[in-house]
Design a binder for this molecule. Structure first.
Ligand SMILES: [Cu+2]
Length: 170
């Protein structure tokens, strides 16, 4: 009888210790989350969030986007059509100023294996999305430090004629 009481007392003590321990851990966790939030809050405040769509009529939703030099840009690109990427694929390729967009698109025709992003022309690209089919979406994040006009195009064969625009960075 005495033994079982001792065991009970021990168990109670053990439970108390365990619960104290987990409380401490939870508090530590809270502190970590609070610290992380504080650290990420500052850059998020200056991020330019851009949304661009492409449709089954081979059109972008806008031909002009604006951003701020040196601030992070978060671009959400949506294919709002229903046709698959084999027949109506869309992407957004943002080119460096001075790049011949037509010449880039011509090179892209040979790059079907890499979703029409030619590896040989990587130096001309600021950022690009994935090639999307109807209903798909891609989000890319990048920063442009120099002010200027950055042409963006869809490199799917035959799309550059209608699918092009300018990202103005001020
Ligand atoms: Cu396209």
């Amino acid at each position: 009888m005495k033994t079982s009481i001792n065991v009970l007392a021990f168990l109670l003590a053990a439970t108390t210790i365990v619960s104290c321990g987990s409380e401490t851990k939870q508090e530590e966790k809270k502190d970590t989350i609070a610290a992380a939030t504080t650290e990420t809050a500052a850059p998020e405040a200056t991020t330019t969030e851009l949304v661009l769509a492409g449709n089954d009529q081979m059109k972008y939703s806008t031909n002009e986007l604006k951003a701020v030099a040196g601030s992070p840009i978060k671009l959400t690109f949506k294919h709002i059509g229903t046709i698959g990427k084999e027949a109506m694929g869309h992407n957004v390729v943002i080119l460096k100023p001075g790049t011949d967009a037509a010449a880039y698109a011509a090179k892209a025709l040979e790059a079907k294996a890499t979703d029409y992003i030619p590896a040989s022309e990587a130096a001309s690209v600021v950022a690009h999305t994935k090639l999307l089919g109807g209903g798909e979406e891609d989000v890319i994040e990048f920063t442009i430090t120099e002010k200027g006009s950055y042409e963006y195009i869809c490199t799917f064969p035959g799309h550059i004629g209608l699918m092009k625009g300018v990202l103005v960075v001020e």
